[in-house]
Ligand binder design. Structure first.
Ligand code: 1GP
Length: 239
């Protein structure tokens, strides 16, 4: 396991800067005991709405990271930065294209110690990110393991993000992916809307990401924190 700034995160909330969240709900999220809050979204992300959300989260001690997904969405002031690279697309601009454009503009300002690439593997064809990037979501287990080996062993990416956004994924497949990874941390996100799903995901992934349910059922979202922590404390440290 790599020893990065996010290496101990087991539970993460992901907030979408395009969506409204009340001060009360944000307070509950930031004081929930989650390991971190990630700010990120696939559409409608602007410099202004990121700054606005960041300054509200910054009142709390919780770690706060930004997923930089647009050129004008690189906002200073976060604890850490993730740069997504979509691995299962044929469109090169989503693998290294936009990232290189960003580095042309901001390359000298990047806080490298707090910046990590995320190898995204998008597995839900209905997810906005899948449509946007034309991801090839229909991966067999063999395909997926090959993607994991490419990301983990060849590219040595510190994070591999199995993204099912909007739908609960195949936990057996996630487990096999994690077993195939030697050094990368496996993030899982998608469709976690209750304790049971949070527990299942925590049993197979290193880091569990909870998004949508924050906006539809805050109490259920908050309950996922304890569920993940229980699995974390009852299981041996994952490799
Ligand atoms: C989205 O993986 C996250 O990028 C979380 O997914 O919104 O479905 O919880 P959900």
């Amino acid at each position: 396991m790599n020893g990065s700034w996010f290496a101990s995160w087991r539970h993460v909330f992901k907030l979408d800067p395009e969506r409204e969240i009340s001060d009360e709900a944000l307070d509950a999220i930031c004081t929930s005991g989650t390991d971190a809050v990630i700010v990120g979204g696939s559409s409608g992300v602007t410099f202004e709405n990121i700054v606005d959300l960041m300054s509200r989260i910054r009142r709390y001690e919780v770690d706060c990271a930004l997923e930089v997904s647009t050129l004008d969405g690189a906002v200073p002031g976060f604890d850490g930065y993730f740069i997504p690279m979509v691995l299962n697309t044929g469109k090169a601009e989503w693998i290294t294209g936009w990232q290189t454009e960003g580095l042309k503009e901001y390359g000298t300002f990047v806080p490298w110690e707090e910046t990590a690439a995320q190898g995204y593997i998008i597995l839900n064809e209905d997810a906005t990110a899948a449509k946007l990037t034309e991801a090839k979501t229909d991966l067999s287990e063999t395909d997926l393991i090959a993607h994991i080996r490419m990301a983990d062993r060849l590219m040595r990416l510190p994070v591999i993000y199995l993204e099912y956004s909007g739908r609960f994924g195949d936990m057996q497949l996630v487990k096999r992916a994690r077993t195939a990874a030697v050094q990368a941390r496996i993030f899982y996100g998608g469709g976690i809307d209750n304790e049971d799903k949070a527990r299942q995901a925590a049993e197979v992934a290193h880091t569990v990401v909870v998004g949508n349910v924050i906006y539809s059922n805050l109490a259920s979202a908050l309950a996922t924190v304890t569920a993940v922590q229980e699995v974390a404390s009852s299981s041996l440290e994952m490799k």
